[in-house]
Design a protein around this ligand. Structure first.
Ligand code: OGA
Ligand code: NI
Length: 382
């Protein structure tokens, strides 16, 4: 199978680190012994190549809310309970019968493949820059280690309003906008159509989550009027050292919810709450993987926790995934909901401004930075 190379080997043999890997050009891919240290995970964070698949994340059938003209109240109640326990015990679950047309997902996945199959030069025609964090780039870092992937980001609202910078005293607001990729034809139109479906599903899931916390169904809706959500196209090329690098390093998602479409290759791992083991999320055709993000953790005052996850790479096969990150409006003050705190269960977080948090994250993920990026535990009340 895979050659296990100790770190010592890399140090001794890395004479010319290769930066600017062109993921498109297979002749240009790095080979064993020329490991770019920017991609190498610390020993404790490297993936185990023996895979744990037992006791995977819960699978939840959403047909009680999608396939009935007159809802069956007891089926909806049972669904709310399922969503509540999956959110509490796993922070991750898969949904089926979610209402998103399979043909639309397939058109989107095909568009993503065609986009990434272009030359690096063509992809860079819609490259991200320091001002607009949308479009193509291949330099994302998670916790200061470079991820083995290339991405294309597209906002759900065009324009999207955000603070100019993360400085608390600066109140200037700017607009982010979307690129119009010239290839494949119709890419933008397909993405826009799919985004509408993602939003519909995201609102439904938030309603179920609100009900499961004993809140009014629409409790969260107002935070999303001028949402900052975006969709990401991930391409993970085959990687010659899957035991050292990760497609995405361990992290938690910062937003409210993530709705992920993964292909049949697999590689997403979730840190199981019951025993802290990394567990592979087995691909289920036409299902979506949902995870609770940091914002729900704060809103719920830790009743539901945002769970760590990461992506393994594969030495043989490329992998594609498409997460939709459901983010509130930039001026949202994120803090535990009043209904969920009391004298016995006081607020565990100081409020923070979502826009400032987001802008801070965007700037630090783009490049390797010295400081750790902003995290919700920085707002935790001791
Ligand atoms: C992410 C993420 C998982 C995947 O982009 O935040 O966790 O399977 N992606 O690509
Ligand atoms: Ni993630």
């Amino acid at each position: 199978m895979f050659l296990k190379q100790p770190l010592k080997y890399i140090r001794e043999h890395t004479t010319k680190p290769i930066f600017n890997i062109d993921f498109t050009n297979t002749n240009n891919r790095t080979t064993m012994g020329e490991v770019d240290p920017a991609f190498v995970q610390e020993q404790e964070h490297r993936p185990k190549l023996s895979i744990i698949e037992a006791k995977g994340i819960p699978e939840i059938d959403l047909s009680p809310i999608f396939n009935h003209d007159v809802p069956d109240q007891s089926a909806v109640d049972a669904l709310v309970k399922e969503i509540g326990s999956a959110s509490k015990e796993w922070g991750f679950f898969q949904v089926t019968n979610h209402g998103v047309p399979l043909s639309l997902r397939q058109r989107l996945e095909e568009a993503s493949r065609l986009f990434f199959a272009q030359s690096l030069e063509d992809k860079k025609k819609v490259a991200r820059d320091e001002i607009n964090p949308t479009g193509y780039y291949d330099t994302e870092h998670t916790k200061n280690v470079r991820d083995w992937k290339e991405v294309f980001d597209f906002l759900s609202q065009d324009p999207t309003f955000v603070p100019l910078n993360s400085d608390e005293d600066d109140h200037q607001v700017i607009q982010w906008s979307n690129p119009s990729p010239p290839y494949p034809p119709q890419f933008r139109a397909i993405v826009e159509e799919y985004l509408e479906e993602m939003e519909k599903l995201a609102y439904k899931l938030l309603e179920l989550i609100a009900l499961s916390l004993g809140l009014e169904a629409k409790r969260f809706e107002k935070f999303f009027k001028l949402q900052t959500s975006f969709i990401r196209f991930n391409h993970y090329p085959p990687c010659p050292y899957p035991h050292l690098a990760l497609g995405v390093g361990r992290h938690k998602d910062a937003g409210a919810l993530t709705i992920l479409a993964q292909d049949e290759v697999g590689g997403l791992e979730v840190k199981r709450k019951s025993d802290q083991e990394w567990v592979l999320v087995k691909p289920t055709p036409d299902a979506y993987i949902i995870n609770v993000g940091d914002i729900i953790q704060v809103w719920s005052n830790d009743a539901y926790e945002s769970v760590e996850h990461r992506v393994m790479v594969n030495s043989q096969r490329e992998r594609f995934s498409i997460p939709f990150f459901f983010f509130p409006a930039h001026d949202t003050e994120v803090k535990p909901l009043e209904e969920l705190i009391n004298d016995e269960n006081p607020s565990k977080y100081r409020p923070y401004n979502w826009g400032k948090f987001l802008v801070n994250r965007k700037s630090s993920n783009f490049q390797k930075k010295k400081a750790e990026n902003v995290q919700i535990y920085h707002y935790k009340i001791a």
